[in-house]
Design a protein around this ligand. Structure first.
Ligand code: PEP
Ligand code: MG
Length: 542
């Protein structure tokens, strides 16, 4: 039995088999070779395996999601048969005597650059495909089998860290827990674990040989136990049972009001990243959706999602919520949420870089497509829109001008839309300091404590080494929240919190005393926060 410590980011117990997730985008080394024919043969074999894998993926996707979804794999197969692509690889192997991995990687870069530079949106989108299919070949050449969780039984997933673009590909049904070496409390893997209601640890230095072993994750004490003995197993089985019983008690709060003992009521909403999270929202009896991280629609896709695709997604969510409010946050891409087909150059400081609303106000074509889709969906339910990473009043005025243009063009096209509340995320110190002025421009504020903590404390939320410094209870963060609430109310804007801190039940009373109007939390945390609200007495001395 081996015990490894880690930092818990979401409580709970998981017992099951361990699977180690290995990244496929390893850095490719450039090496000289002696035997070009043998290297070419190695490439040809990898090519055949890749085509077989793609055929299997095509068949699976066609069966499960229809021909349209399967087409991407056909495009990938065709790329692997392209004469120019093959010639480039062959030339590097046979004339330049370079290893196949490097030949493929370098060819992929050249082709991706060429596609990205074309004056045709469809072709630009193929840049990501050629990179994707080439990574498949490189992975096969490196002797790594197809990743993702292949096992049929649910597993404890160990990884260095997982980027949002990787988590979207995981089969969530088969994951009992996330354990990562790196990552941080507010990294998206942690947020995903909370959404999925499964225990998660970060900063856990597990051994590679963990693959396939029996494991236990203790998300309360921060422990990963490998090869547990019988006694330990039975202790944890008992704890798991108790957790389930506690959950059952919380279930009794379904249908109850989010009201304090002295009668103050507050809105309690849920955060989602995909249409598939909606059943959890409904199951946990949230009053609405306070944050729909729309960028996941973009991350799941290999090209810009069209107006029609987005409209369908937003409409489905609006309809399923049956009149309860759905607040859609416009695209918050950039920083850790990168998307190849956007063609964004690598930056020194991505968290302070070209991201979120900055991209949208620059690429108004992408922005307008999304806004049109959201406005059209507002005909089918109660929709609010909020904008991420705001730092100035001018940005908000510019956004409002664009929303007017979008509405005008929908009118012209004869497409219907409803009344939409407009709000902003308050997640930069600039927005906090300008909250009085900003409140005059919008209907509501939603405080993004994940980024607000990062920018207020000058601590990169992705940097695992700074985990011990990153304190969302820091008085500066709490003061910023209080100031935002006060200034919002002064000018008639309601104020919610949608960052992870909203679910911290040790702060529920503090937030209520500040006058926060709404808390939006992971679906799995709704009932625990309701419990905390109902146990609060604001009449008592605070
Ligand atoms: C936040 O910053 O608090 C937030 C809710 O947005 P995200 O975590 O997606 O950046
Ligand atoms: Mg944010």
């Amino acid at each position: 039995m081996t015990e490894i410590t880690g930092k818990p980011v979401f409580g709970g117990i998981a017992i099951g088999k361990v699977a180690v997730y290995r990244k496929t985008d390893n850095v490719v080394e450039k090496k000289s070779i002696d035997d070009a024919d043998a290297e070419w043969e190695r490439f040809e074999n990898a090519l055949e395996t890749a085509k077989d894998e793609l055929q299997a993926l095509y068949d699976k996707a066609e069966k499960e999601a229809g021909e349209e979804s399967a087409q991407v794999f056909e495009v990938h197969q065709m790329m692997l048969e392209d004469d120019d692509y093959l010639e480039s690889v062959e030339d590097m192997i046979k004339s330049e005597m370079l290893n196949a991995e490097y030949a493929v990687s370098s060819t992929a870069d050249t082709f991706a650059e060429m596609f990205a530079g074309m004056d045709d949106e469809y072709m630009q989108g193929r840049a990501a495909d050629v990179k994707d299919v080439s990574s498949r070949v490189i992975r096969i050449l490196s002797g790594i089998s197809e990743e993702g969780v292949m096992s049929d039984v649910p597993v404890i997933l160990l990884a260095d860290d997982l980027a949002p673009s990787e988590t979207v590909q995981l089969d969530k049904e088969r994951i009992l827990s996330f354990v990562t070496r790196f990552g941080s409390t507010n990294s998206h893997t942690s947020i995903l674990a909370r959404t999925m209601n499964i225990p998660a640890l970060i900063g856990t230095d597990y051994p590679e040989e963990a693959e396939g072993k029996e494991g236990i994750v203790d998300g309360y004490k921060g422990k990963l136990i490998l090869d547990p003995d019988e006694e330990t197993l039975s202790v944890y089985r008992e704890l798991l049972k108790k957790d389930r019983e506690k959950q059952e008690l919380l279930e009794e709060l379904k249908g109850k009001e989010n009201k304090t003992i002295d009668g103050r009521e507050i809105k309690l909403f849920a955060n989602i990243g995909a249409v598939s999270d909606v059943p959890d929202v409904l199951k946990n009896d949230a009053g609405g959706i306070g944050l729909f991280r729309s960028e996941f629609l973009y991350l799941e896709s290999s090209d810009f999602p069209t107006e029609e695709e987005q409209f369908k997604a937003y409409k489905t969510v609006a309809e399923k919520l049956e009149g309860r409010e759905v607040i859609i946050r416009t695209l918050d891409i950039g920083a850790d949420k990168s998307c190849d087909y956007f063609g964004i150059e690598k930056e020194e400081n991505p968290a302070l870089g070209y991201r979120a609303i900055r991209i949208c106000l620059d690429r108004t074509d992408i922005f307008k497509t999304q806004l049109k889709a959201i406005y059209r969906a507002s005909h089918y339910g109660k929709i609010g829109i909020m904008f991420p990473m705001i730092i100035s009043v001018d940005e908000v005025r510019e956004i409002k001008k664009i929303t007017e243009e979008v509405k005008a063009s929908l009118k012209e096209e004869g497409k219907e839309y409803g009344d939409v509340e407009l709000g902003i995320m308050v997640e930069t110190p600039a927005a906090v300091l300008l909250s009085e002025e900003l409140a005059e421009e919008v209907d509501f504020f939603s405080i993004g404590t994940n980024d607000l903590t990062q920018y207020t404390l000058a601590i990169d939320r992705q940097n695992a080494r700074l985990e011990n410094y990153s304190d969302p209870h820091h008085p500066a963060v709490l003061k910023a929240i209080e100031m935002t609430v006060k200034n919002g109310h002064k000018h008639g804007a309601w104020v919610g919190i949608c960052g992870e801190l909203a679910a911290d039940t040790t702060l529920t009373e503090t937030f209520l005393r500040m006058g926060v109007d709404e808390l939006s939390v992971s679906p799995s945390r709704v009932l625990a926060v309701r419990d905390a609200i109902r146990k609060t007495d604001l009449g008592a001395m605070g």
